[in-house]
Design a protein around this ligand. Sequence first.
Ligand SMILES: [Zn+2]
Length: 404
Amino acid sequence: MKAYIHLSEIATLEKAHLKDGRNLLPQDLSIQSDGAIVFDEDQIVWVGSTSDLPAKYQAVPKISLPGHILIPEIVDSHTHLVFGGDRSQEYADRLNGTPYEEIAKRGGGILFTMHKTQSASAELLFQSACERITRIHSYGVGTIEIKSGYGLSFEKEYEISLLIDRLKKHFSPQIQIFNTYLAAHDVPKGFSSSVDYLDQVVLPLLRKLAPLKVIDAVDVFHEKNYFSDDDVIRLFELAIELGIPVKIHADELNCNSGAELAVQFQALSADHLLKISDEEIHKLSHSSTIATLLPGTAFFLGKSLAPARRMLDSGVKVAIASDYNPGSCHCDNVLLIASISAAQLKMNQAEILCSITLNAAHSLGMMNQGTLMPGFKPRFSLFKVESLSQLTYSWGRNFAVNLP
Ligand SMILES: [Zn+2]
């Protein structure tokens, strides 16, 4: 057991937790000044003001941290960080006026990433993913969701799902990795239709991976010319039969009822939602499915942001993630993205902090973290700033420090 004492602030999110991360007001951050926290390896034992530390914990080894704040661990709940190649030249070409269609025609775009990922050795993919995870952790992020989905063949998707499991074991327990199966990311060349690809690759591979217990969730890119309602239903029915929760890339390019499918299948999250309808917002607000917004992608592509305020005011539970990937958002810092987005999405401080901690953890089914209360997992992020306000105010600066 050990204790941190004299923290300038601890944001426990106790009230936010009691409100299930919805309809949040600034006071729901439940900030404790001159805070102290006592914990062992498995759980938080006590939280409060340093001056109120009970006598029975006085003998516990104490670390004094004035000038620091402690918050529930930051979670990046949507990344595609296992990929080969680099698309910086493509981004430059796009800025210089080359249309995406032309870039795609000469072999750029997702096809480029697929090709580079398929031709990279497992070892090279593992090493590059390790570097990316270590960098993300340096920003104070302790839980990272990683999707497969650039292999797009039976063999390579199998290899990548096992590779993410290897990353999970490699970084545990310091960093928690969540392994999402996204073989249904795109329909690769050589298949006559999405149905053909599902039948030959996505469904049989899921059946093969399920008994290995490496997959934490199943995801799908639900969009016109990618995967249809029927494809999603077939995939989700199999996932649920195998006992694996589901997530969905929904309503990004068109409003096509992706969020509605998410609610129907009690998905952990529906992600993107740029084009979500009012009817879908209403359905989401009455469900446990979390709306995961990816504003970094909209920034990067120059698109309008998701209607966050409408969702929040309807009582939808909202998370924000980075969507870190080589094509549509090459930014790996979810705290930076959330800080920049706050004013754009018109989210208050509690809504922003919960979106990358409590609600982001819940969007991965991790209900035992995201709040600093006795009984919860001792997973937190530490920053060398005097107050929480300074953290989002000075966006782009990294104040994270390793836990002592
Ligand atoms: Zn994505």
